[in-house]
Design a protein around this ligand. Sequence first.
Ligand code: SF4
Length: 469
Amino acid sequence: MPRPMTMTEKILAAHAGRSDVQPGENVWVDVDILMTHDVCGPGTIGIFKERFGDDAKVWDPDRVVIIPDHYIFTADQKCHRNIQILRDFVRQHGLRYYYDPDFVTSEPGMPNPYKDPTKTHYKGVCHKALPEEGHIRPGEILLGTDSHTCTAGAFGQFATGVGNTDAAFVLGTGKTWLKVPPTMKFVFHGQIPPYLTAKDLILAVIGEISVSGATYKTMYFAGDGVASLTLEDRMTLTNMAIEAGGKNGVCDVDEKTLQYVRARSNVPNWMVYADDPGAGYIFEHEWDLATLEPLVAKPFSPDNRDTAYNCREVKVDRAYIGSCTGGKITDMIFAASLLRGHSVKVPTFVVPGSTEVHADMKRLNVHGEPCQTGDKSIEDVLLDAGCQLAPSSCAACLGGPADTFGRLNEPMTCISTTNRNFPGRMGHKDAGVYLASPLTVAASALTGSITDPREYVGEPIVTGTAGTV
Ligand code: SF4
């Protein structure tokens, strides 16, 4: 009788050529996709050349995906130099999947006017662009030189961040050495109420177990509450697994996952794995979604959990809606549905998570359906409410150069849909960042204080076809 296994154990076993692996065991695995970007790509390339030689070839030019996204719209020449290193490497190795921000050379600094997001080869934030461009499939192993690579676990794959040295080894060999993580199971029961998004769920989890509570563990998000989420909202759960120290995060594969992946990927064959009944978990916790309240993480840690209601006296200087966590098209619909017909009271910065998200903001109405005559687009609604909008990139999520859109260049208080609020993360080290859902951020933008979105949201927010395929 085979031992019951988790999804993560099955994926790692299959990629190690084994029938079984045990948590804690070290195994050599074959990697399906290696992703890097403009911050860690140049360092990875440098180590690859140093250790494998200037003339060495990457192990598979069709399995390396390079997505510049972090420091794009800036006049900082060091950032432009990083992009050029990527371009040279891509050309030298004939890499098939590279998404160049072509306007960096043609228009240094913030392009004005911004080019049509449907016309550029540039894709925006890597974790959003990877599934959009068909690089994510269930049952595979994705490594990326970015800690939020775990986002792709929402599609039922093993996805995790690695350092430049490990990435350089993968570039040369296609293999890596991994310790099999034990699995923690987080179960959500019920349908998600209209005033919550997955951001509230993951803040509840991290607040419960702390920023080190899942160190080197798999975080498995399960239950009918997770099944009720859109794929994009599931990505918010797995995206923030790393904020609890998780090695990876996973969700079950269902019809929503299969429909999306089949529509995007040109690879026909992949495996779907699921946890066996009786699989071993080192921790289990359950929530009833009907009892959860809108949450925030107060400065300076994602586990500094409180309710939005308890923080209602906190004045905010600015609101920020963007990043791989909170810049997806459904996040934009959540924010626009709440802001429609109102005006923001504090400067509110909006950065689409990808150029596809940006194009959809122009194409779709607030119900997530293509605009008909007379409809306002999601972008129209946000601009009418007084939001400022920039092209897709990581932008102020990680601070960046001083000319980065939305960067907190002074000590101030910001409420944000991003994933980290450590000192200095979004710019100034004395700026205080409250992490929250797009609904809570939008409600707070309207009042100038942290605001429970239940004051504005009554009916379920429909997201239609947005982000479904
Ligand atoms: S949007 Fe923020 S968290 Fe996501 S990849 Fe960029 S810097 Fe990292």
